[in-house]
Design a protein around this ligand. Structure first.
Ligand SMILES: C[S@@+](CC[C@H](N)C(=O)[O-])C[C@H]1O[C@@H](n2cnc3c(N)ncnc32)[C@H](O)[C@@H]1O
Length: 197
């Protein structure tokens, strides 16, 4: 689902980039560990800040990244041109254009809650991870999405949203093993899940 203009304003600014780098990335790093030399996929990369973090902070060797929104992909391409180890495209997390078992890790910086068929997206994450690979996710929970203020301001799918346990159950249902999960204010949560070797 495309972001509306309010959500784009909330995402595409230096404060959001600082929170992503200084707080979200550090939390995911503490929970899931670094990925030196790893081949990493970022789903819903937005303007590409997360992709930089995966190279700088997690030590990934290469990053493939895509977003549903062509405008966001354009911004990310401008940020990363001409990096030979970054490959960007327009795509859908519910139908990932990558072969089975292609990645050491997949990252989700707050995008799967934008997808009506989020369980399909989790199955896709499982498919493209290699055995032993890890999924790192920061997600927005039903309590935030269904709050009257955020309902007015944001365009989120409203049906079949998840709480922390619901997302964990979704991960487990597609064969991923949850190794860490961390709640934030009841509105957000961080997850690490592994594809069994
Ligand atoms: C809340 S923004 C997060 C962007 C970026 N990950 C960040 O943390 O700044 C959600 C992003 O998910 C993208 N998106 C929504 N539905 C998607 C889908 N089905 N597949 C891939 N990306 C999607 C949106 O275009 C948007 O860029």
């Amino acid at each position: 689902m495309l972001l509306n203009s309010f959500e784009k304003l909330m995402m595409n600014n230096p404060v959001r980039a600082t929170i992503q780098r200084r707080f979200e990335a550090r939390r995911l790093l503490a929970m899931g560990g670094p990925l030196p030399g790893g081949r990493v996929l970022e789903v819903g990369c937005g303007r590409g800040v997360g992709t930089t973090i995966l190279l700088d902070v997690f030590g990934a060797d290469s990053v493939d990244a895509f977003d549903f929104d062509r405008h966001m992909v354009g911004l990310a391409q401008r940020r990363h041109t001409p990096r030979p180890n970054v490959h960007l495209w327009q795509g859908d997390a519910a139908a990932i254009a990558a072969p089975d078992g292609a990645y050491d890790a997949v990252f989700d910086f707050g995008i799967i809650h934008h997808i009506p068929e989020w369980r399909v997206a989790l199955r896709e994450v499982h498919r493209v991870l290699r055995p032993g690979g890890r999924f790192y996710a920061e997600e927005v929970l039903d309590r935030f999405i269904l709050h009257p203020l955020w309902r007015r301001l944001c365009d989120h799918p409203m049906e079949d949203r998840f709480d922390q346990r619901g997302f964990e159950r979704g991960l487990e249902a597609c064969g991923l093993r949850v190794t860490a999960s961390w709640p934030l204010w009841g509105h957000f949560a961080f997850f690490i899940a592994e594809k069994p070797a």
